[in-house]
Design a protein around this ligand. Structure first.
Ligand code: PMP
Length: 430
């Protein structure tokens, strides 16, 4: 990467005024200036195939005309109104999400981020159950507010343990290491369930279990199908709520299912689900869906000033309509299936690759060597491809916009194959 004077100046100003812990990718960080379809361009005019979708916020495609038009039209009428007045796009999007959620008698509350959605879910669960004790998964990520870091198992993203919640961390979200790593799927599930029972026998009145069906930041790790269904049986005995964090796994990304929890649906829908990231195709929408009985447990007037803004709701409606009309869940299944096979074949002989895993267009490549992902990212960037990193060991995260074509999947896999080889050879990422 080159880096012109203006670019270097922006980087220096970023470093001078923003927090040190707001880490940027790449030795020469990228300034994205525009996008189209599955591609983005940087300030120096370089074009990249985007296999990370701006950390999954661009669910469908960059600059999708349907979404751009809906946002422009709404912004042209009024940029923002208050949640104290009726809001047609908010009601319409809530109706669609309630119906898609699978939760009976569902109510929807909109926020502006996934963090705030999880905060709200915990507020509801704690209030409903009269307890601040919650269960979360090891290696989880749920956001960066004071309560959200308190349920984030991965310490790399959870800078404090002074949480207002009392959190107990459960086994099961990751398979690669830990005491149950050697077990087959059925025995793994049994062991995790026994561990959960043991933990619960030492507590009283736990409010909820919150879990990502596939851990996102944690490296796209999937528990065996059925794990959460088995957990659910145990939780139901004590009335403990099940909250599924669908911020990364929702909206058809996993191909086979619209929501990640549906791979574990043995005992029906969750009590609550949280969503964010992709639904606005880049516009800031988050939210919680809960059974009415749970949602309505708050004895207070409570609203979010920006949650449900007509502009972001217009983006969500246009985007969701596009996703459903064009069967992008089916596209994620088909193209994601091809991509994962291609990546497995391309990396089969590489000692530096431990595993290629995933569902649909949510694919993780676990590397064998600590610190190796940064080098692979540099080489991929030099080859014109953006991918992400994850934190279970050393993982590359691949989550392209759901409209990815077969040709683009093949092109990206080829670039990544070359990047992995180049990183192995230890050559300069350029
Ligand atoms: N939950 C999960 C599973 C996430 O991956 C993230 C974001 N990486 C969040 C919650 C927090 O969402 P936000 O960044 O919108 O606050």
């Amino acid at each position: 990467g080159g880096g012109g004077g203006a670019h270097r100046d922006l980087l220096a100003r970023h470093r001078a005024v923003l927090p040190d812990w707001l880490a940027l990718y790449y030795a020469e960080p990228i300034e994205i200036t525009h996008g189209e379809g599955r591609h983005v361009w940087d300030a120096e005019g370089n074009r990249y195939l985007d296999f990370f979708g701006g950390i999954l916020t661009t669910m469908t495609a960059h600059a999708l005309p349907e979404v751009t038009k809906a946002v422009a039209e709404q912004a042209g009428r009024i940029l923002h109104t208050s949640t104290l007045y009726l809001n047609r796009p908010m009601v319409e999007l809530a109706e669609r999400i309630a119906q898609l959620s699978g939760i009976p008698d569902a109510r929807v509350f909109f926020t502006t981020s996934g963090t705030e959605a999880n905060d709200t879910a915990l507020l509801l669960a704690s209030t409903y159950r009269g307890s601040n004790q919650v269960l979360a998964m090891r290696n989880s990520y749920h956001g960066r507010s004071f309560t959200a870091v308190g349920i984030t198992g991965n310490r790399a993203w959870s800078p404090t343990s002074l949480s207002p919640l009392q959190t107990l961390y459960v086994h099961g979200g990751i398979r690669g290491s830990g005491p149950f790593a050697h077990l087959d799927d059925a025995a793994f599930i049994d062991a995790c369930v026994a561990d959960l029972r043991d933990m619960l026998s030492q507590t009283r009145g736990v409010a909820a279990l919150i879990a990502e069906p596939i851990q996102g930041v944690g490296g796209f790790t999937s528990p065996p199908d059925g794990l959460y269904a088995a957990f659910r049986e145990v939780l139901a005995e004590e009335g403990i709520l099940w909250i599924t964090d669908e911020v990364q796994s929702g909206w058809g990304r996993t191909g086979d299912h619209f929501w990640g929890w549906q791979a574990h649906a043995g005992n029906g829908p969750p009590d609550m689900l949280t969503f964010a990231k992709g639904i606005g195709n880049g516009a800031s929408i988050g939210g919680v869906v809960a059974r009415a009985e749970v949602m309505n447990c708050l004895d207070a007037n409570s609203l979010s000033t920006f949650g449900g803004s007509p502009v972001t709701m217009a983006a969500g409606l246009a985007n969701l309509g596009y996703v459903l009309e064009h069967d992008l869940q089916g596209n994620a299944r088909r193209v994601g299936g091809l991509l994962i096979e291609r990546l497995r074949a391309a990396t089969a002989g590489l000692a530096s690759v431990r595993e290629v895993r995933g569902r649909g267009l949510m694919i993780g490549i676990e590397l064998a060597t600590p610190g190796h992902a940064a080098a692979v990212l540099e080489h991929a960037r030099a080859g014109g491809l953006l991918v992400g990193r994850g934190k279970y060991g050393e993982t590359l995260r691949i989550a392209p916009p759901l409209s990815l074509t077969v040709a683009e999947a093949e092109e990206g896999a080829d670039i990544l194959e070359r990047a992995l080889h180049a990183a192995d050879a230890g050559t300069d990422g350029g």
